[in-house]
Design a protein around this ligand. Structure first.
Ligand SMILES: Cc1cc2nc3c(=O)[nH]c(=O)nc-3n(C[C@H](O)[C@H](O)[C@H](O)COP(=O)(O)O)c2cc1C
Length: 313
């Protein structure tokens, strides 16, 4: 079984990954949130920082590129190779309107000629093995057989299938049936992604050996450990993890940025305290880090904690 931590822009940056690996572990590999080079392949300094080897020491990490031009992809892949990376991932799933309007991410699922051109260019010149993270379609998961016919023409190192169409964003029920069809017909090894929130969610996926966890592992950072037969999450370890994430963020970011990032994390952790509406409200209403710290301390001290969470996507 190979378990990976999904890329999540705005959440799973270098500090998050390092602390998760140190305090919980259990993931075989982390995927970095996408980087979107400009047409010449240049990266923003802030995105590069996230991928510098000194910020990711000892961490198995695969960078991800969001691009629709093979020149930009290849230039970035070369820079990543120089940083020491051994694989690069192509994003064919991002559903956001601004990304899709630029014909990138999930848009490529609706533009088979553009997808083919991109893959032709990438595989003609890539200095590194290339894996792909895809959705099952743009408007419908029924589009996948036609999309897979394209993927199967290339030596893709791994095909991670987020079992939704773009229209389903992060809410529709994953189409496990079409995923199983993909598993049976893909030339590349397939990894399953979508709504793996608790150990029992991994059942019913046939011969799948590779799983990618996103929101479930943000909510419950011990989920990888549990999947490997270890102990469920404990309140005190979440408390220590929250404190470590907070302090590392304070070293680098303004109080306002730290506060908004912590609130984003609580969007996931709140499911571990499903009966604590009032204590949670104090967290989301906090206007200063000081108010936040009081609210955080209150929920960890008095809140009733449910280790496997109640998040259903
Ligand atoms: C806030 C957020 C940011 C995300 N950023 C990325 C990203 O940078 N690249 C990517 O391929 N997928 C991204 N995703 C999608 C996740 O990697 C994953 O495919 C999706 O959340 C479904 O898996 P899950 O149900 O385990 O969360 C993002 C999802 C969320 C919720």
């Amino acid at each position: 079984m190979k378990l990976s931590f999904a890329p999540m822009e705005g959440i799973t940056g270098a500090d998050f990954r390092r602390l998760h690996a140190q305090m919980f572990g259990g993931a075989d590999c982390y995927f970095a949130p996408f980087i979107a080079p400009d047409p010449s392949g240049q990266l923003k300094v802030s995105r590069l920082r996230d991928l510098l080897p000194e910020n990711n020491e000892g961490l198995p990490l695969v960078p991800q590129i969001l691009a629709n031009s093979s020149d930009a992809f290849l230039e970035t892949a070369r820079q990543l190779q120089q940083l020491g990376y051994g694989e690069v991932n192509l994003n064919v799933g991002c559903p956001s309107g601004t990304v899709v309007s630029k014909h990138k991410g999930a848009a490529l699922l609706a533009e088979p000629d553009a997808l083919r051109r991109l893959l032709d260019g990438i595989f003609a010149g890539t200095p590194l093995p290339v894996s792909v993270k895809t959705r099952l379609g743009f408007l419908s998961t029924d589009e996948f057989p036609a999309v897979l016919e394209i993927y199967n023409d290339y030596p893709i190192a791994e095909l991670t299938v987020h079992a939704r169409d773009r229209a389903g964003q992060y809410k529709s029920v994953p189409d496990r049936e079409m995923y199983l069809w993909a598993l049976a017909h893909s030339r590349a090894p397939v990894c399953y992604n979508g709504n793996l929130f608790r150990p029992e969610n991994l059942a019913g996926l046939g011969a799948t050996e590779r799983f990618m966890l996103g929101r479930g592992a943000v909510m419950n950072p011990a989920l990888f450990r549990e999947l490997r037969g270890g102990q469920p999450l404990e309140r005190e370890e979440l408390r220590e993890y929250a404190a470590a994430l907070r302090e590392t963020s304070r070293e680098r970011l303004s109080s306002a940025h730290t506060l908004s990032w912590l609130k984003e994390l609580w969007y996931y952790w709140k499911w571990l305290f499903p009966d604590e509406k009032k204590l949670l409200k104090a967290i989301f209403k906090a206007r200063t880090l000081e108010n936040y710290l009081q609210a955080e301390s209150a929920i960890f001290t008095y809140g009733s904690f449910v280790p496997d969470g109640r998040f259903y996507g």
